[in-house]
Design a protein around this ligand. Structure first.
Ligand code: 5GP
Length: 187
């Protein structure tokens, strides 16, 4: 493989999506991997653009047939990256980023040790809680479940190659660009 695979993770509400969006706007050669999920689409989300939305049965089928490079259950829903999809992107010579949870990221690293794992950290737990509530896209029960995940995720982040604190958006985007271009030069 001559292309590098980058994996970005971070706790819910840490702003990793915004950091990534800023990075992708400045680096249009990079593409974001589209994951499969059993979660219901949020308003404005489109099948095949934001996610491939699958039923639980369809997802289970893919697990049984070993179709996933990695998959995880996150806050009551399943999420996974199809092997075939990643293989195809890499063969087409695309620079690809996966935005997945920490469990999935560590599974990718096991199977593809050359993958570069980057974790976006919150400045503090309180900031993260406020951001998650301020987003108003999830109900209270979902928010609680997601906050429970935070501590576990911070522990898993210790195994990542890089950690970037999202204190200031522009700084975090610059740092992400610096990390990725450094790794690309070593490729
Ligand atoms: P959301 O429901 O907010 O879109 O995503 C919830 C979590 O699932 C996020 O942490 C996101 O990074 C993660 N996620 C999205 N796609 C995948 C995937 O394909 N695999 C894994 N393991 N996690 C994913």
């Amino acid at each position: 493989m001559n292309k590098k695979l980058f994996v970005l993770s971070g706790s819910s509400g840490v702003g990793k999506g915004t950091v990534l969006k800023g990075f992708l706007e400045k680096n249009p050669n990079f593409m974001l991997s589209i994951s499969c999920t059993t979660r219901k689409p949020r308003t404005g989300e489109v099948d095949g653009v934001n996610y491939f939305f699958l039923t639980k049965e369809e997802f289970q089928n893919c697990i049984e047939n070993n179709k996933f490079l990695e998959w995880a259950e996150f806050a009551g829903n399943f999420y996974g990256t199809k092997k075939k999809y990643i293989k195809q992107c890499l063969e087409e010579g695309k620079d690809i980023i996966l935005e997945i949870d920490t469990q999935g990221a560590l599974q990718v690293k096991k199977q593809m040790p050359e993958a570069v794992l980057i974790f976006i950290c919150p400045p503090s737990y309180e900031t993260l809680e406020n951001r998650l509530r301020g987003r108003r896209t999830e109900d209270e029960e979902t928010i609680k479940k997601r906050l429970e995940q935070v501590k576990t995720e911070l522990e898993r982040a210790e195994k990542f190659d890089y950690r970037i604190v999202n204190d200031n958006l522009e700084d975090a985007i610059s740092e992400l660009s610096r990390v990725i271009s450094g790794e690309m030069q070593n490729a």
